[in-house]
Unconditional design. Structure first.
Length: 373
């Protein structure tokens, strides 16, 4: 670590105070966010990373055993004990994705049929669409709070898997619009006004649900909204601030992708959407890139090189495996070239596909080394 070249990621991100990692599901957004934060902290900055649903082992590596709602500092001694030295400060917190409608239903519905019925219900659909961004909302609200109320040099925000970056980024506006609207007021008012709002039929459907399934969906939904209203207290006037922050020159969106076709396509789509919404794309990070196996040699040459140590049969097998990696590496290279051309940005940052999952601080430091190479 420690390279200070202006051409590296460190230089490219200079002056940025908010880094938002976006990308398709499973490409490594959470890993990249944490590694970026660690790498920047290693280089002397005071960094907070807001992760979303990190894998259990990664969460515990970051000392995130419980949801606290506030970032906590990762002890330098804890880092040093795992062989990771940092000059700055690393703070981390996680947000949970539990507060989504479908999960409430899944949790409450006693059986599959009840679940399906509720999910297909028109009232349910309408409400859940309106607040689809509630999880995103809390992430963005948190980002804003950290930005306004703390003195971090950099805040790194992980995002939930999303095909539509704007769904995520527009969540505050959408939800606020809904909460400010009459619909919710009526809905929250006691005395069964839901019937007037949605028509008797649907209220009746809920009543029947309640009787058959024992799930008081309406009660549950209004509790849900009340809890959201709590989350949103005082957030209304800050919405403009959030929108401005997301478009500020201090904010950069890092598009994370793997070299697979579908995620790469989504990366292009995300970049277009960000641009259309006036949000500046920052860097393209291609994670899990396959490394070449044979490194320019022929299968026979490599087999010969290995023969002394492995014996002829095994050496041939290993060489042919390595040749398979070359095929993958070539395919990755093509996808990456295409991506660079269609995004016409700077050179993408490549992170190799590591042999092991990234679950601890040392693993993150390894990813950081590639990011900041
Ligand atoms: N470069 C890499 N080499 C090997 N494994 C990796 C690499 N990057 C990430 N992984 C592993 O891939 C899995 C998915 O990574 P991660 O959770 O960061 O993806 P994500 O984009 O946040 O997923 P989701 O969209 O579900 O939130 C994890 O098990 C992680 O350890
Ligand atoms: Mg994730």
């Amino acid at each position: 670590m420690g390279a200070k070249s202006e051409h590296g990621l460190r230089g490219r991100l200079r002056g940025k105070r908010v880094l938002v990692c976006v990308g398709a599901g499973g490409v490594g957004k959470t890993t990249t966010s944490a590694a970026l934060a660690l790498g920047l902290a290693a280089r002397g900055q005071k960094v907070a990373v807001v992760t979303i649903d990190p894998a259990k082992r990664l969460a515990s590596a970051l000392g995130l055993e419980e949801l606290s709602g506030e970032p906590h500092r990762i002890d330098s001694a804890r880092l040093a004990a795992q062989g990771v030295e940092i000059e700055g400060e690393l703070w981390a917190m996680m947000l949970d994705a539990k507060r989504t409608f479908d999960e409430i239903v899944t949790r409450l519905a006693p059986d599959e049929r009840a679940r399906e019925e509720i999910l297909a219900n028109p009232v349910y659909t309408e409400l859940s669409t309106a607040v689809a961004g509630s999880h995103e909302l809390s992430a963005i609200a948190k980002l804003y709070e950290l930005y306004e109320e703390h003195d971090f040099d950099v805040i790194v925000l992980d995002t939930p898997p999303s095909r539509n970056a704007l769904d995520f980024l527009n969540a505050p506006n959408r939800l606020l619009g809904f909460l400010d609207g009459r619909a919710l007021q009526v809905f929250l008012a006691p005395g069964g006004l839901t019937a007037r709002l949605f028509g008797r039929g649907t209220a009746l459907i809920f009543a029947i649900f309640a009787r058959i399934t024992g799930v008081d969906m309406l009660g549950e939904l209004s509790r849900f909204f009340r809890s959201l209203t709590g989350v949103l207290d005082g957030f209304g006037e800050r919405t403009r601030g959030v929108a401005a922050l997301l478009r500020s020159p201090h904010t950069a969106f890092l598009i994370v992708t793997s070299p697979e076709l579908e995620p790469a396509r989504e990366a292009v789509f995300l970049a277009e959407q960000l641009a259309a919404a006036g949000m500046a794309g920052g860097e393209l990070i291609v994670n899990r890139v396959n490394r070449e196996g044979l490194r320019g040699r022929s299968v026979q040459e490599v087999a010969q090189l290995l023969e002394g140590e492995l014996g002829a049969a095994l050496a041939a097998k290993v060489a042919s495996n390595l040749a398979d990696f070359d095929v993958l590496a070539r395919r990755d290279r093509e996808t990456i070239d295409r991506l660079s051309r269609s995004l016409s940005e700077r050179e993408p940052i490549l992170v190799p596909h590591l042999d092991e999952e990234v679950q601890d601080l040392l693993g993150l430091a390894g990813i950081a080394d590639h990011l900041f190479a």
